[in-house]
Ligand binder design. Sequence first.
Ligand code: C2E
Ligand code: MG
Ligand code: MG
Length: 480
Amino acid sequence: MLLSSQLISYEGQEIMAIICTAKDISQEKRIEQLIEDNVRKLYYDFRHDKLTGLPNRKLFIEELESSLKKAHINNNFSFTVLILDLDQFKLINHSYGHLMGDNLLIQIAERLKQYLHAQDILARLGGDEFGIILNHLGNLEHTLEIVDLIKQSFARPFQLNDYEVYSSASIGITISDTKYQKVGDILRDADAALNQAKTKDKASYTIFRQEMYLEAVNRLQLDNDLRRAIERKEFELRYQPIVELNTKKITGFEALIRWEHPEKGWISPNNFIPVAEETGLIIPLSNWILNQGCQQLCKWQKLSNNYQDLIISINLSVKQFSQNNLVEKIMDTVQNLGMNHHCLKLEITESCLVKNTEEICLILNQLKALGMKLSMDDFGTGYSSLSYLHRFPFDTLKIDRSFIKDMTQSTDKLRLTQTIIHLANDFGMEVIAEGIETEKQWKKLQQLGCPYGQGYYFAKPLTAQEVEKVILEGNNRLIV
Ligand code: C2E
Ligand code: MG
Ligand code: MG
């Protein structure tokens, strides 16, 4: 009730009456409360993750700001930031469906909570990424204890309906004692550490070091330089012969890109392809590679009748599969040159096939239907999933260099190589052994019944002029 009273006096002197009013304001109060509740809920929702109920990125950053402030005021206080990214979470979504994926995230959030103290913060930063601020005793020893607990917690399977599923996380860590001034810098460094952890085995953790910052700056510089490299014609293709092992007859060439940086000299594709993939530059670069490689093959085929069946192998990047006109692009290139479709072989690494499996399978089937050849590159380094062999329409399987390297010393590697060769035969696929460097390896592979190979033992990647010389000499066998 809202009570009010009013005095009634005569000419401002004698009080004659008091008027009291009472008003029922329950309705207004209810509305006021409702608005207040809603605002509070909105405010809460805005800063929490719906699925897990954990703080979201926004609240995480606010908490980080307050920890940073505290560390600046109090010299004895330090804190640690951990960023966790689940390994191959997409695979769970793909295999079990998104609802199960959500269920897994909820269970992981529950497990992670157990190891934290009341002052610590656990947040879901988005997707399959979690952030932790250890606000009590943020020293290295304690941090590593927590990391160990987290790793142990992932050793137990998660129950998703009737399935027991294993998961793991890579962790990037940064400790506040590096005199940070801005929250953005802390997150940048934890991310850099996470990126490093991701390049190692699954379930790895990395603590940020200053050099990582320099590496990140270097990558940025590389990206800058890459953008100009196409216009400045700093790229060149090299061609490594692929030979029939019994006769050393050249059956084709693999095109391998090289970049001559104006200041840094030759840079390996292993260093710049990942940067080009990150920035999207890989698309124009790959178009250039395809065009250049196919043009070169056509030139060589015109030079000699012995080389009409010569094949050019071009490496495809996983990023090219998200380009919606990839098939048309390849088709146009081949048709414009009047090139035989069977003479183009596209190499795809096994690790590409893990992500967007369905889409990639569709595109590969289209390319195959158009007559192009397909090769699975670096077999044995990824999942080596046997299901890939019958799921995807590959003609060729390339055994990764690491097997060939150790084959003559390790019986395990030898047996594995033998198994891969048999397996490929059973699936009606050709086999190419990569990285043959010695006569011993060459002979052993022949014994195992491997039909094709490439490697420094036969030839390093050659310039176009060197290949031309081999062809003009009319010698389609490599003399070693
Ligand atoms: P890859 O496709 O597996 O290529 C084979 C790599 O092994 C090449 O390295 C080649 O030079 C090297 N190699 C060949 N024989 C031997 C040997 O006997 N011993 C040793 N130690 N190495 C040997 P490269 O040219 O540095 O290329 C590395 C990777 O970069 C390639 O692996 C491929 O994944 C990628 N790459 C190269 N060129 C291209 C390209 O044009 N496009 C795309 N998307 N990726 C490319
Ligand atoms: Mg390759
Ligand atoms: Mg390879």
